[in-house]
Ligand binder design. Structure first.
Ligand SMILES: [Ca+2]
Length: 283
């Protein structure tokens, strides 16, 4: 958390808006994901452009969500995306002074390109992100799990944090083991306090968390080794105070049934022909 922001007054709202729920969606088939994000220095209105790249022209968009998060406020935020008014949103989840917001913008995505956004009504917005899951015929089967939440990761002395712990964990299930990709979005992280770690199962796969998008937010796309069953992620604070709001795991799908190699197939045919000739000679 940028130190300049620590003296902010936390506005407590008497009437909290209705909360929707965190998301945990699993997509299977020839699916893939992409995430685009932009950082902001703790603003009440976040305007910018998110780029969508890498989606094949034959792909179908299964889901697209616009994300932001806010600190010290749970007020509803208003959003425009891709020249459309996509309406107001209450927090989809909240943890202490950190809240996550989500809009379903699936209908607004028309393939690769630049998508303008304008989010207003916030207190301290540090990042805006777009997460897309798409399906491409002919691609290998995968298992993409998209989940959003609010986790306030805070220093042991807290800097005034009212929730969160120095280490936040999350588990994602995968039916199959193999190589995968993990996306994580954090915000209000900064380079002044560093040394954070990102862990996946037993090993460290990333860190520090120092605003790799700019002041003050980070987007990570990390290669991971997925195990069958539960996979445990951990983010450590090491003195920084930030929010963690999004995780997407691209994991293996069902293994393709092995087809006979051409060499072994011709060997089998040769054997069958030889057997037929031998029987004809004996008859
Ligand atoms: Ca940091």
């Amino acid at each position: 958390m940028p130190l300049v922001r620590l003296c902010a007054i936390w506005v407590v709202f008497v009437c909290l808006p209705a909360f929707s729920t965190p998301l945990y969606e699993v997509y299977t088939g020839p699916v893939a994901a992409m995430v685009s994000a932009e950082a902001f220095p703790g603003v009440s209105e976040a305007k910018g452009t998110l780029k969508v790249t890498g989606i094949p022209s034959s792909a179908t968009v299964k889901a697209a969500y616009l994300y932001t998060s806010d600190w010290f406020s749970t007020a509803s935020l208003q959003a425009n995306f891709g020249s459309k008014d996509v309406g107001g949103a209450a927090p989809s989840s909240s943890d202490g002074q950190f809240s996550n917001y989500r809009w379903d913008v699936t209908d607004a995505i028309n393939g690769n390109g630049s998508y303008d956004f304008d989010l207003s009504g916030g207190a301290q917005i540090y990042s805006v992100a777009l997460a897309i899951v798409y399906s491409t015929p002919g691609r290998p089967d995968r298992t993409v799990t998209l989940t959003d939440f609010s986790k306030e990761v805070s220093a042991p002395d807290g800097f005034g944090a009212t929730a969160g712990t120095p280490e936040m964990n999350l588990q994602l299930n995968s039916p199959y083991a193999g190589a995968g990709t993990l996306w994580l979005l954090t915000n209000a992280d900064d380079p002044q306090t560093t040394g954070e770690g990102i862990y996946f199962n037993a090993g460290q796969v990333g860190g520090p968390i120092d605003g790799n998008l700019g002041p003050y937010g980070s987007l990570f796309k990390l290669p991971v080794q997925v195990q069958s069953g539960d996979n445990r992620m951990s983010l450590t604070s090491n003195g920084d105070w930030f929010g963690w709001s999004l995780a997407i795991l691209d994991a293996p799908g069902p293994q393709a049934i092995p087809s006979p190699e051409p060499a072994s197939l011709s060997l089998a045919l040769t054997g069958l022909v030889a057997l037929a000739l031998y029987r004809r000679r004996r008859s």
